[in-house]
Design a binder for this molecule. Sequence first.
Ligand code: BV8
Length: 250
Amino acid sequence: MSEREIPRGLIQALRYAGRITVLTGSGISAESGVPTFREARSGLWARYDPQQLATAEAFERDPHLVSEWYEWRRRLVSEAEPNPGHRALAELEGRVPVFTLITQNVDGLHRRAGSENVIELHGNILRSRCSWEGETVEPEEGGAVPPVCPNCGAPLRPDVVWFGEMLPAGAFEAASEAARECEVFLSVGTSSLVYPAAALPYEALESGATLVEVNPSETPLTGNADHVLRGPAGEVLPELLRKAFSPTSR
Ligand code: BV8
């Protein structure tokens, strides 16, 4: 991989930070073979817009269709493995006194890579919950689609936050505190379009943090970042860790 120029100031900021906060989007899972949210329209799903499927209205209107879409994504996610980008963030957590990983992703790959202090802002696709009672429920394998709640018979839904729904209680407050209290904020693999998650980097900036964006493409956040590392997370993050923490780099 090209030895991309990582500014010395950023390396120092990472090396001596007392608290680092990271926000990730579906881009960090792209190299694990999980299509990004806007790409989750491959094949037979091409004609559907995720923003039309990831809503309570769509589930109400056609629970079978929405459940099939989530089944397809669950299979993709269960076949995926964490990539070097996920693993670099798990390593970073061990090198910083206080570290918070905020993710918009619902694939669970950060925890599988070893990250511990993870805030799943939008839930987790591998969990289901009763659409009536709200309790998380283990759906039985190979059951009906959509599966029904063994307790009350209502359809089970994926335990994720749909467009128009509130985030899990306390999640955004904890994420906002981590953004306001950190010295370095990394925004990795997100188009910075979905709120309230997309507001977090600005909270960090307003609190005086150094803002870093890791993304192969430009986003609405790019112009506000102190450092922009233009490349795939699976290459950029391991290089950042090497430069900031390997003994030879001191
Ligand atoms: C809310 C779970 C309060 C589901 C997701 C009207 C009515 C109601 C709300 C709104 C409204 N208008 C606006 C809103 C707010 C709305 C919103 O922000 N809409 C946007 C579209 C304008 N937000 C909400 O509704 C939120 N709730 O506001 O509640 C409320 C309640 C009621 C009424 C009013 C307010 C809830 C939002 C959560 C939605 N659920 N996911 C599921 O997954 O099925 S969002 C989903 O899409 C993801 O979780 C993620 O957050 C988002 C996609 O963003 P990204 O992760 O960034 O992915 P994307 O594909 O866009 O980009 C990938 C990026 O990676 C790209 O930049 C690419 O360049 C980069 N990349 C690619 N490869 C790599 C890479 N980067 C690094 N390395 C690589 N290799």
